[in-house]
Design a protein around this ligand. Structure first.
Ligand code: TXA
Ligand code: MG
Length: 325
C-alpha cells in the first residue's frame, strides 16, 4: 500500500517538475498546485481559475523551518503559533524573502505561507523538494472543493487530481497578517479561531495587540463581498416559520438544516451535523449538491450565533451575496 502510494506521489511530483498543474488534497480544501519556481505554471493557475493576477497565491511548505527561507523579519509570536498550529489550517502573511518571486505575490513584498497537514501533500512537497503554490481548486468566486470529485466536476479531465479523500476541515485556512511585530490582524477566519490565536499569544506576549481588520491595503480575494457562491439563489432561515414562508413562495426549495425539523422524508433536503467540525466538513459539499439539484433556490438554516462559528458565518454571508451588476 505504502509502496503504491509512493509511486503515485512520485508521478505527481514529476508532473509538477514538468510544469503541469495538478489538484492536491489539504485538510481544508483541495488546491490547484504548481511548482512555485515555474513562472509559466503559476501563470497557468490564474488562467485556469479565471482569477485576476493581482490576487496572490499561498506558498505551501512541508517543513516548519522553511518559513525562515521564504519570509524575512518573522516576529517571535509567529514561531509560537507555528509550533502550536502547524501543520494545520493557518496561513501567515509575512514580508517575503528574495526566494519568493513577485509573480507569486501579485507584485507585493508580502507572501502568504502555510504548512498543510495532509500527509499526501506533505510527501508531495518533500518529494518535489520545493514549495508549491496553491489556491483553492475552483473557479474564481465559486465554491471551494472538498472532495476529489468536486475538482473533477469543475475542471473535467484537464486537471489530474491526487485523491486524498474528504477534506476534514472543509473550509479554507485562517489567514493572519503578521507583517508587523507589534500587532496582528485576522484577514480570513478559519478553523483556527481568533480566540485560539489570542490565547496562544497573550500568555507569552501580552504586549502584542490584535488589530481589527479594516480596509487593509493588502489585496486578497477573500475580501470580495461575493465569494464561495452557488449559482442558485441562497437564502437563510432562523426557524420553521421562516422556512415555511420560503416554501410558500417557491415550490422547489433545497433545504439545508441541522435542527430537529423532521424534514427527512422531503425530497431535496440535507441534514448537516450541529457539531462545528462535522458541519464545516460537509458544508461546501452540500452547497454543491444543492446547486446541482433540480431545486429553484437553496434555503439554509442560520448557523449558531457563537464566536467559534465565525468562519461559517463569513463564508455563508459571502455565498449569499447578490451582485447588483
Ligand atoms: O486553506 C487554504 O488556504 C486553501 C488550501 C488549498 O491551502 N487555499 C486557499 O487559497 O484558500 P486561495 O488562493 O483560494 O485563498 C488564499 C487567500 C486569497 O484571498 C489571497 O488573496 C490571499 O490568500 N493572499 C495570498 N497572498 C497574500 C498576500 N501576500 N497578502 C494578502 N493576502 C494574500
Ligand atoms: Mg479560494
Amino acid at each position: 500500500m505504502l509502496q503504491h502510494e509512493n509511486i503515485i506521489i512520485k508521478q505527481f511530483a514529476e508532473k509538477l517538475s514538468r510544469g503541469d498543474i495538478i489538484a492536491i488534497p489539504t485538510e481544508t480544501v483541495y488546491g490547484l498546485a504548481a511548482d512555485m519556481s515555474n513562472e509559466n505554471a503559476v501563470k497557468q493557475i490564474y488562467k485556469i481559475k479565471s482569477r485576476p493576477t493581482n490576487h496572490p497565491l499561498i506558498v505551501h511548505i512541508a517543513n516548519k523551518n522553511d518559513i525562515f527561507k521564504y519570509a524575512i523579519d518573522v516576529p517571535s509570536y509567529v514561531e509560537l503559533l507555528t509550533d502550536k498550529f502547524w501543520p494545520g489550517p493557518l496561513t501567515f502573511i509575512l514580508k517575503k524573502s528574495p526566494l519568493v518571486p513577485y509573480y507569486v505575490t501579485g507584485g507585493q513584498d508580502t507572501v502568504a505561507i502555510r504548512m498543510p497537514s495532509h500527509q499526501l501533500t506533505l510527501k508531495l512537497i518533500n518529494m518535489l523538494g520545493k514549495p508549491i503554490v496553491a489556491p483553492s481548486a475552483n473557479k474564481f468566486k465559486g465554491i471551494s472543493p472538498t472532495r476529489a470529485e468536486h475538482v473533477m466536476n469543475e475542471f473535467g479531465t484537464i486537471i489530474e487530481v491526487l485523491d486524498g479523500g474528504i477534506c476534514n476541515n472543509g473550509i479554507e485556512s485562517t489567514i493572519i497578517d503578521a507583517t508587523d511585530s507589534s500587532y496582528y490582524t485576522i484577514l480570513r477566519p478559519g478553523a483556527v479561531t481568533a480566540e485560539d490565536i489570542k490565547n496562544a499569544i497573550s500568555y507569552n506576549y501580552p504586549d502584542i495587540k490584535y488589530k481589527e481588520h479594516k480596509n487593509s491595503n493588502i489585496k486578497y480575494s477573500g475580501n470580495h463581498l461575493k465569494h464561495y457562491s452557488p449559482q442558485k439563489l441562497l437564502v437563510s432561515f432562523e426557524n420553521k416559520d421562516q422556512l415555511d414562508l420560503i416554501r410558500k413562495k417557491s415550490k422547489n426549495v433545497f433545504i439545508i438544516y441541522y435542527s430537529s425539523y423532521n424534514l427527512e422524508n422531503l425530497k431535496n433536503t440535507y441534514k448537516l451535523s450541529s457539531n462545528l467540525q462535522d458541519f464545516t466538513r460537509d458544508f461546501y459539499h452540500v452547497l454543491r449538491l444543492a446547486d446541482n439539484s433540480d431545486s429553484e433556490i437553496i434555503a439554509i438554516e442560520s448557523p449558531p450565533q457563537k464566536s467559534n462559528w465565525n468562519a461559517v458565518w463569513d463564508r455563508l454571508n459571502k455565498a449569499k451575496h447578490q451582485d447588483k451588476v
